[in-house]
Design a protein around this ligand. Structure first.
Ligand code: IMP
Ligand code: MG
Length: 178
């Protein structure tokens, strides 16, 4: 695979506006009931940082998971496992998972089922980019930033081989099979 360029898909300003709107939706759902926001490392880090700063609800805790799937490359495949689990007891708590992209849905189906089995009061999903048309396993986000099937995306937390995460906007990569 050779990278030949990238095209701007969602600008810094478009992301900023959309994140503010999502935060308002989330505020309206939870009010003052208290919330554990669970970010999925590493991709969701920038989205989560901006999203939680835009919330106005008073009781927000942060925690993180990291998932790994066997098989590498542009998409996840096979079995998903935790390489880092949350450190918070979730029983009776409202949980909001924050994820960068839902693609096949495999990672998220695993994570949502696992969190729900801990008797959380609710488990909802906020996703920045939903590649809905590529779904192989049913997963529906409660809060969605953007819907696209537009190729392989990088920037604003999203990586290709650990590169591009630091970019403030989201780009579609152009690549050539080698
Ligand atoms: P899924 O299990 O197929 O839904 O894969 C979701 C995960 O694959 C996301 O959390 C991302 O880490 C990664 N992923 C899927 N599509 C992209 C992309 O376009 N750019 C960067 N990472 C992606
Ligand atoms: Mg991810």
């Amino acid at each position: 695979m050779r990278i030949t360029g990238k095209t701007l898909l969602f600008s810094e300003e478009a992301i900023r506006r959309r994140v503010q709107e999502l935060a308002a939706e989330i505020d309206a759902v939870y009010g003052d009931e208290g919330l554990v926001v669970v970010g999925v490392l590493k991709g969701a880090c920038l989205f989560m940082a901006d999203l939680v700063r835009a919330l106005h609800i008073p009781r927000v805790e942060l925690d993180f998971v990291r998932l790994s799937s066997y098989g590498n490359g542009l998409r996840s495949s096979g079995e998903i496992v935790f390489s880092k689990d949350v450190e918070t007891a979730l029983e009776g708590r409202h949980v909001l998972v924050v994820e960068d992209i839902v693609d096949s849905g495999r990672s998220m189906a695993f994570l949502l089922a696992s969190l729900a089995s801990r008797k959380a009061r609710s488990v909802r999903l906020a996703v920045l980019v939903d590649k809905r048309e590529r779904r192989e396993v049913a997963v529906t986000a409660d809060f969605t930033g953007f819907v696209t099937d537009g190729g392989f995306l990088v920037g604003y937390g999203l990586d290709f081989a650990e590169q591009y995460r630091q970019l403030p906007a989201i780009y579609a990569l152009h690549c050539e099979e080698t």
